[in-house]
Each structure stands twice: as C-alpha cells, then as structure tokens.
Design a protein around this ligand. Structure first.
Ligand SMILES: [Mg+2]
Length: 119
C-alpha cells in the first residue's frame, strides 16, 4: 500500500507517520511539506491513501483535494486539520474527502480513520 502525507509542518508529518507505522504494516510513504508539490507527487506515486492538511502557506488543502478528485476517485483521502468548524467538514466531504481527523492527532483518531476508510 502507498501513502502520501501532505502537511507543511514537519513535526505534524513525523508524528502522523509514527502513528501510521504503529498501526499498519507493509506500506510505503511519501511525504511533503510543500502543498504545491502534492498533486504531482500524487500523479507520480498513485497512492492508495492520502493524509492531507488544510492550512498551508502556498495552497489550501481544499484546492489539492479538488484537483486530485478531478482525475482520481479511487484513492482514499483523509483530511487532517485543526479547523473543527462543521462547515469546513461538510465542505471537504463534499469535495470528495473520505474522512476528516481533527488535530491534535492521537493513536485512537488515526486508528478510527484507518478503520473507516479501509472497509
Ligand atoms: Mg498546516
């Protein structure tokens, strides 16, 4: 399984990758802090699963989500954000996200997200 992690915070990426590592075996991860690279990395690696931050300096996660969904409907996309507003959640789900996790993340939230999108 291939996973792409997109978050402008290196700390957030490392924390997330550590939690995924504790819960999944046999996966290959690509990660980037540069939102502008996210779509080309997606095209290059064709991940099964994407963890996507919303708030990044150069590009909104919503734009990345919309662009990926314009050509791919099969990958699972989990939005990870500190934005807990209901309208944000509704918007990302309408744009084609499969699940949304609120920061700060922990093992339970990531386990729940993985279970939900993998079934
Ligand atoms: Mg961010």
């Amino acid at each position: 399984m291939k996973i792409l992690v997109v978050d402008d915070s290196g700390f957030a990426r490392r924390a997330l990758i550590k939690l995924i590592n504790e819960q999944l075996e046999g996966w290959e991860v690509t990660d980037t802090g540069d939102g502008k690279q996210a779509v080309s990395l997606f095209r290059q690696h064709q991940p099964d699963l994407v963890f996507l931050d919303l708030t990044m300096p150069d590009v909104r996660g919503e734009e990345i989500l919309e662009e990926i969904r314009s050509f791919d409907r099969t990958s699972k996309i989990i939005v990870v954000s500190a934005d807990i507003q209901q309208k944000t959640r509704e918007n990302v789900m309408a744009l084609g996200a499969d699940y949304m996790v609120n920061k700060p993340i922990n093992a339970e939230k990531i386990a729940q997200a993985l279970t939900t999108v993998m079934c």
